[in-house]
Structures are given as C-alpha cells and as structure tokens.
Design a protein around this ligand. Structure first.
Ligand SMILES: [Zn+2]
Length: 278
C-alpha cells in the first residue's frame, strides 16, 4: 500500500485554541536588499529573533547566529537546540528545497541535522500566517530527495541539492506554531514536542528512520485503531525505502514494539493496536 498524500499543514496542534500573532516588520532592516527573497529572509529572521521560543526547553527566546553558520540560523541560549529557518510567500507545500544533498545526508547520519522552522508570511497583512517546526529527530534519510545536478550552464554546474519531503514526515513531526495567522497555545506546542522525543533515544539514526517511516504509514491509515495486517499492507512501500532489508514484516513488528515502548501506541491484543498520540 503506498502512502496516501496528506496535506502538509495538517500538522499536530493545529486544532487548539489560538491567539492572534503579528509579524512586526521592521522594513528599514530590509531597505538595502532588492531581491524579494532576501528582504523576506531579513524580515522573518528578525521576527523569529523577537518572537520565537524554544519548544524543547521553554526558553522564551531564540538567538540568531551572528556569523554565517551554514548549518543553522538560530540557537536556543539555554539548551543549545539549533534551528534552520525557511520562509516564503507561498503555501508550505509537500516539499521544501534544502541545501547540498551530500551535506544533508551526512548531517542526518551523524545526528546533526537542525530542527526545521517553516514559515509563510503575507507582506500585505504584515503577518506570519503559517509557521511550523519539524523537530530534527523526525528528519531521516527517507525525508530527503536528491535533486538533479545543476546544468553545465549554471554558475555551480554539477552541484546536487536536495528537497525535504514533508509528506514522509508523520503529523507528530510537524508541530504547528502559527496557523492561519493565529499562534497556537504554547503548552500544546511543548506537549507535542515532548511526545516525539522518544525517537531521540534511538542511538542509531537508521533505527530512528524505520520508526518515522512506520509512523508515517500509521498516519496514512487515518484511524486510531489498526491491526498488524493493516501495517503489513505497507510492506512494499517500506521495502522501497529499505531495499537492503530481507525481512520487512519482522522489522515492522519490531517498530511496533518500539512505538509501544515510546508511548506512541498501545497493544490491544490479538494483533490489534491503538494510537495514543494522534
Ligand atoms: Zn531550548
């Protein structure tokens, strides 16, 4: 069974009580830039520096890296968690463009990928309209897609970038901070962040990748209760993600045990399960 296409913005936390949030644009900061994307970057970085917070430790601010750090844009001054900001005017789609493929792959394998902050802004309304965080423990090898090398005519001919596939990341890994211009209650954000932290206990990033892939399959089922047979339905899909594995069904059962140990699902007996975190 292939994964069903899901709207990336059906992120965790989007249904709770919200409050209005304003992007307080400091237009003078962007005056020296002519490119719309550069202007937007300056304005949204400033906004995040003023109004951002750390969902990992509740620190009420994020510190912007002053030097040009290639790996991340912000850091929590308390816990050191790092964040990369990507912002744009368009609706956040099914994938986002990231940097060099080899660099991202290496970061994932070394467990050094930053948390991803995705923001959509509306300059006419002077506001950030959507913003969500993908915690770094949800970003796995299955989440990145290699892009075609740049053509010979390009300035960086042959350079290979990558996309981050938001559809391969389970809803629990897309934590909504701002939805339709409204800020999500922070307690809900902290709670959602905490519920996924069990993934970090997997020392090997390959093991974490398996867990995240199975979580995405469970999302695709679209219901709270499910059976082992339901998950076996994703055998071919999981085989395509992990072609070297010869016993996908055993691997599926192992992931279900780990998800139970992490509090994500409950065993109901006789091959039936129930999700505890939606
Ligand atoms: Zn922190």
């Amino acid at each position: 069974m292939p994964l069903r296409a899901r709207a990336p913005l059906s992120a965790a936390g989007a249904s709770v009580q919200s409050v209005m949030v304003k992007l307080t644009l400091k237009f003078d900061l962007a005056d020296r830039y002519t490119s719309p994307s550069q202007r937007a970057r300056v304005l949204t970085e400033h906004w995040l520096g003023e109004q951002g917070y750390c969902p990992n430790c509740r620190c009420p601010q994020l510190r912007r890296f002053t030097n040009n750090n290639p790996g991340a844009d912000f850091e929590c001054p308390d816990c050191g968690e790092q964040y990369e900001l990507k912002s744009g005017r368009r609706r956040i789609g099914f994938k986002v463009i990231d940097g060099a493929y080899s660099t991202m792959l290496q970061r994932i394998q070394r467990d050094q990928a930053p948390n991803l902050i995705l923001a959509r802004y509306d300059l006419r309304r002077i506001s950030v309209t959507e913003l969500f965080i993908v915690p770094r423990h949800f970003i796995t090898e299955s989440s990145i897609e290699i892009r075609k090398p740049l053509s010979q005519n390009a300035r960086r001919a042959g350079w290979v970038g990558c996309n981050i596939l938001l559809t391969s990341i389970p809803a629990a890994g897309r934590i909504c901070i701002v939805n339709a211009g409204m800020a999500i209650d922070r307690e809900e954000v902290f709670s959602t962040w905490q519920s996924g932290l069990f993934l970090r206990h997997q020392a090997a990033t390959v093991a974490r990748g398996w867990l995240v892939d199975v979580m995405a399959c469970l999302d695709s089922l679209g219901r709270t209760d499910f059976s082992l047979t339901d998950v076996y339905g994703f055998e071919a899909h999981l085989k395509s993600l992990h072609p070297a594995n010869a016993n996908i069904r055993a691997k599926i059962r192992q992931q279900l045990q780990r998800l139970r140990d992490g509090g994500y699902i409950r065993f109901m007996g006789h091959g039936y399960y129930r999700r505890t975190i939606i």
